[in-house]
Design a protein around this ligand. Sequence first.
Ligand SMILES: C[S@@+](CC[C@H](N)C(=O)[O-])C[C@H]1O[C@@H](n2cnc3c(N)ncnc32)[C@H](O)[C@@H]1O
Length: 278
Amino acid sequence: MAQIWNDDDGERWAADADRRDRVLAPVGEALLTAAGLRPGEQVLDVGCGCGATTLLAAGQVSPGGTATGLDVSAPMLRVASARQESGGPANGRFVHADAQTHPMPGLFDVVISRFGTMFFTDPVRAFTAMGSALRPGGRMVLATWQPPEVNAWLTVPGEAIMRHATAPVDLRGRSMFTQSDPAAVEALLTRAGFVHVRLEDVRVPLHVGADVAEAVEYLAGTGPGRAQLAAVADADRDAALADMRTALTGHAGPGGVRLEAAVWIVTAFSDAPRTAAR
Ligand SMILES: C[S@@+](CC[C@H](N)C(=O)[O-])C[C@H]1O[C@@H](n2cnc3c(N)ncnc32)[C@H](O)[C@@H]1O
């Protein structure tokens, strides 16, 4: 996983960071609203990627607080540091480390993450480490994806593409959906020592393109879009893209193309200091 985020996936996210952050801005807003950050708080942003939510959090905990973004991806952290150096808040900082193994002494009031916790090879160990980063009673607030079939930003382009596919593509099996099942998330976080686990069903519109052409290009370049297009024969690719255009036209308005996203905003609390990973 660390290798993927340092190679292809990380480079792809880093190269398109500004657009991805525009698309995912409503999710970041929902996450930070739920986190209810206050000036003076110490925040850890796990899987911070290019740092958008870390820098927003840093602004919200100022004065007196700090926001630390932690990630395994060198290319994405390069973007995060560049963003901070070009006018970001001085109380934000970035750490290159694996959340599963990095020792994080219980100094944080809040752990946040926008889609940064679904890629762990050992999730219990990772969440236990995140719990140990919190002071007793500290809170963790995560954004994770609901299943693909309730995310219109996936079903609308996906149904158009899959009409041309030669084989089924199981999006549910992708790592981005490993925390889509509320019962499994609650069991995982409880096993990692968290208490009062709650999942809030949040629906937000994603602005996936200024027009239909940009929406097709953006959605075809996402992980799910690329996986589905890979199941289409080369000779049928143009027809699949044309069907995507038609499907997305129904969602275009004067402000661009908007499709609904369904996410879980997960809140949980640390009840006691922990040191052991298991
Ligand atoms: C889908 S991206 C989300 C990035 C960012 N939070 C955002 O919303 O733009 C997932 C992030 O999790 C990071 N990640 C994956 N496994 C990790 C681990 N074990 N420790 C720290 N970061 C990890 C990846 O490098 C990547 O930046």
